[in-house]
Ligand binder design. Sequence first.
Ligand SMILES: [Zn+2]
Ligand SMILES: [Zn+2]
Length: 265
Amino acid sequence: MELIDTHCHLTFDDLAKDIDGVIERSRQAGVTAWLTVGTDPQHNRKAIELTNKFENMYAAVGIHPHDTKDIDAETITELKKLAQSEKVVAIGETGLDFHYDFSPHQDQKRAFAQHLQIAAQLNLPVIVHCRESFDVTMEILEQFGTDVKKVVFHCFGGSAEQAKIVLDKGFHISFTGVVTFKNAEKTRAVAKIVPLDRLILETDCPYMSPEPMRKQKINEPALMIHTARRLAELKEMDFTDFAKAVTATTNAFFNLPSYPLNPTP
Ligand SMILES: [Zn+2]
Ligand SMILES: [Zn+2]
């Protein structure tokens, strides 16, 4: 059984300072590949550096919607350059966050479109962060039509109705530990309708530790196993079969070049 954590922030201090331990515990838990996600220029560079140290580790580069007020032309030029690095497999995270509003909507929208432009030019999948911004997010995605085909809504927090709209567009949906939370009936209802060939797993660590480890302040990839088990239950599936299916979906979506090393038929 091998799983891929498709959204972790391994360059954030809480994880970076014990990266060897984090990776070792993850491997032991069966989470044996990672996609570390950049959020600003500094973390994008660090993410790529880190992928060069670990087998089965990949990176995504992007500017988090929170940080888009600081973007200039140079940021975007560098982003496009970094996106062409060998182990970069996606653009992100990008999108719109109208919950915290740390950056003006205008800046968030402009940056999102710039990310989608790069993804279209380089033919890379996009990791979308969407919080209280569903309609505008879909509008901007629609402007790109089929130029941006591979899109995953990470840490999906929308309704089942919104999930159906996302699925109708051919996009993927990714779940964090939220699906294990007591009060997350809405997210579990969404999980039930997402087919296995569109379903992706992530921790979003260091945030969002799943139950029963929610008290562990710093989440890490090893804990994704709890999220995976809960989802397998919801799908009424054998855990190994579930893991195999989701890993196949993930490999195909991110076009991972060397993982798993020994694919099972
Ligand atoms: Zn996010
Ligand atoms: Zn994130």
